[in-house]
Design a protein around this ligand. Structure first.
Ligand code: 9MR
Ligand code: ZN
Length: 555
């Protein structure tokens, strides 16, 4: 080393530093200074835009067809958004209720935002987001048209899957079908369970409105309503994940994440991993839930689901200890989660479907043990809210009235806390300053608490804030962009999605909510490699299906 002169040393040191130092990313700029829901507004609902331009001043709304000014009002503010480090102004045009197309201009910015008011503003987005699940189908050819582009895939993964890592033998067991999980093509029960749970709750809460939306999937026109038919596609696969004794295999995947290629050309072997109690509980919850909901349309299938749910519930009773899957040979997603909340949800759905007193006793003991506080932010890793809501909403006899009362108060308390969070910044975001991998899914899930608080109390504010969460995801955010591919204005164009990267179409596959900013409010970018912020996943879509279902036109 003595022979190396100082400048040379410095050069080596700098290159070493460059190797280890994080690469500075250019910040992804907002597309506009006027940030609002780019999809549309319901006639009678609150309507706000956030303006990131120096105020004070007025905003003006003109009718897009006549050019006539229909509203001119002062901007309200400024308010500081500590997360985005901005001073923001609010344009509130809630008084406008007449359906139509409008333009919005505001003091301090040359940008003009266009928006619509329509009673069916969320019908097409709901259809696109729900069809996203259809387009995720594995083991079959899928094809869809969106904005003039054709998105298609041939039947994929027909070899699913190998039992090597379950039994030690190189034997194939049928695991074809279901949905791919996300930007990757693997399949995981825990994440599928929360997805199905959200979709079925959308049906529970908004059945008639959901039923009126035609999804144009292969089953459309058949005996089972479209959204339930899509869930049934997944349940057909769930059956294959259940071992003969009722234990449920945790996942089915390649050993490593595959390349950014279409699923139909991926031929890397895929394996099951061993069972887990968490997956088994998620399976019980979904099967019991689906048995209840599908019964009027297909009683034989409902019987099969219920029998499967009972069998796996017996496994949970026989194995009280949390048993994780052995995934040591795998580098793909783990969805590793502690099982007490999953067991609670399983008991809630099985009781609601059967009215079985022993299951109710199990459920109430679990609620007491876990505590009655609702999780503010929930998803695949925490599902007790799902069980709480089912218990709370039940019309069955036998519940402990004290516990019901406590839970009712807890739900309202949590909804109030969420309202407080949504008023904190300038974008109506209900999650406060929490930004993490998949936080958009968390935001969409929170509408479930708000909507159920609304149902319980009749207080309009809960619904208003639920709609603001939808506004946020569809464009009233720092970036001024819709966060759902193919929906609204300035949607993500480069999601971390293997089909979008691997096909010949420039536009991404449509109808997918991307994960969202991670760490800080500005840390999102529309770049394919950025899976931490720009991936797509079934659980986030399930949440978005629920969020949009609440604002569909009443049939
Ligand atoms: O959504 C999951 C997120 O909550 C986790 O933090 C992250 C890391 O474990 O994994 C996410 O889920 C991914 C899964 O593991 C594999 N398929 C893609 C999922 C979405 O990124
Ligand atoms: Zn596949």
């Amino acid at each position: 080393m003595q022979s190396i002169c100082i400048p040379m040393r410095r050069l080596i040191l700098t290159s070493l530093l460059l190797l280890v130092a994080p690469v500075a990313r250019a910040e992804f700029p907002p597309v506009s200074t006027i940030r609002l829901n780019t999809v549309g507004f319901l006639p009678d609902a609150a309507k706000v835009a956030t303006i990131a331009a120096p105020g004070p001043g007025v905003f003006t709304v003109t009718d897009a067809s006549t050019g006539a000014t229909v509203l001119e009002q002062p901007l309200v503010g400024p308010r500081e958004d500590a997360d985005t480090r901005e001073l923001l102004w609010i344009a509130d045009f809630s008084v406008l209720t007449r359906p139509g197309r409008y333009n919005l201009k505001a003091a301090g910015t040359t940008f003009t935002a266009d928006f619509t008011i329509a009673p069916d503003a969320f019908a097409a987005p709901f259809r696109t987001v729900a069809r996203g699940l259809y387009l995720w189908r594995c083991g079959t050819a899928v094809r869809g048209e969106h904005n003039g582009d054709i998105f298609a895939q041939r039947a994929c993964h027909l070899d699913d899957a190998w039992m090597d890592h379950v039994t030690g033998e190189h034997v194939r067991r049928d695991g074809t079908g279901g949905w791919h999980d996300a930007g990757d093509h693997n399949k995981y029960i825990v994440n599928a369970a929360i997805t199905v749970g959200a979709m079925l709750r959308a049906w529970d809460d908004y059945g008639p409105a959901v039923r009126a939306i035609r999804l144009d999937i292969p089953e459309t026109g058949g005996p089972i309503p479209d959204l339930l038919a899509e869930v049934k596609w997944e349940m057909d696969w769930f059956f294959k994940m259940q071992l003969e004794d009722g234990r449920v295999l945790h996942k089915l995947s390649t050993l490593h994440f595959g390349g950014m290629i279409m699923p139909d050309v991926e031929d890397t072997p895929r394996y099951f991993t061993s069972w887990s109690t968490a997956a088994t509980a998620g399976f019980v919850a979904n099967m019991a839930q689906f048995a209840r909901i599908v019964r009027p349309f297909d009683a034989a299938y409902a019987d099969r689901c219920l029998a499967a749910a009972r069998k796996s519930y017996a496994v949970l009773v026989a194995h009280p200890e949390d048993t994780p899957s052995d995934m040591s040979k795998f580098r793909t997603g783990t969805y590793g989660t502690k099982d007490p909340d999953d067991r609670l949800w399983a008991a809630a759905e099985l009781w609601e479907t059967t009215g079985d007193a022993a299951v109710l006793a199990d459920l109430e003991a679990r609620i007491r043990a876990l505590g009655t506080r609702f999780d503010e932010d929930f998803g695949w890793g925490s599902v007790k809210n799902m069980g709480f809501l089912t218990y709370l909403r039940s019309t069955r006899d036998g519940r402990d009235p004290v516990l019901v009362d406590v839970l009712r108060k807890e739900l309202i308390a949590m909804a109030d806390l969420i309202i407080g969070r949504s008023q904190h910044g300038g974008y109506g975001r209900p999650l406060g300053s929490i930004y993490y991998w998949g936080c958009h899914g968390g935001v969409a899930m929170q509408t479930m608490l708000l909507q159920n608080a609304h149902r319980l109390t009749g207080r309009a504010i809960y619904r208003t804030v639920a709609l603001q969460s939808v506004d946020h995801l569809l464009g009233r955010n720092y970036f001024g962009r819709s966060m759902v591919t193919g929906v609204g204005r300035f949607p993500p164009m480069r999601p971390h999605d293997r089909r979008s990267a691997g096909d010949q179409v420039d536009a991404p596959w449509p109808g997918y909510l991307v994960g969202g900013p991670e760490k800080g409010a500005r840390d999102w970018d529309d770049l394919t490699p950025r899976y931490q912020v720009n991936e797509t996943a079934i659980n986030w879509n399930g949440a978005m299906i629920y969020a949009l279902a609440g604002f569909l036109p009443t049939p």
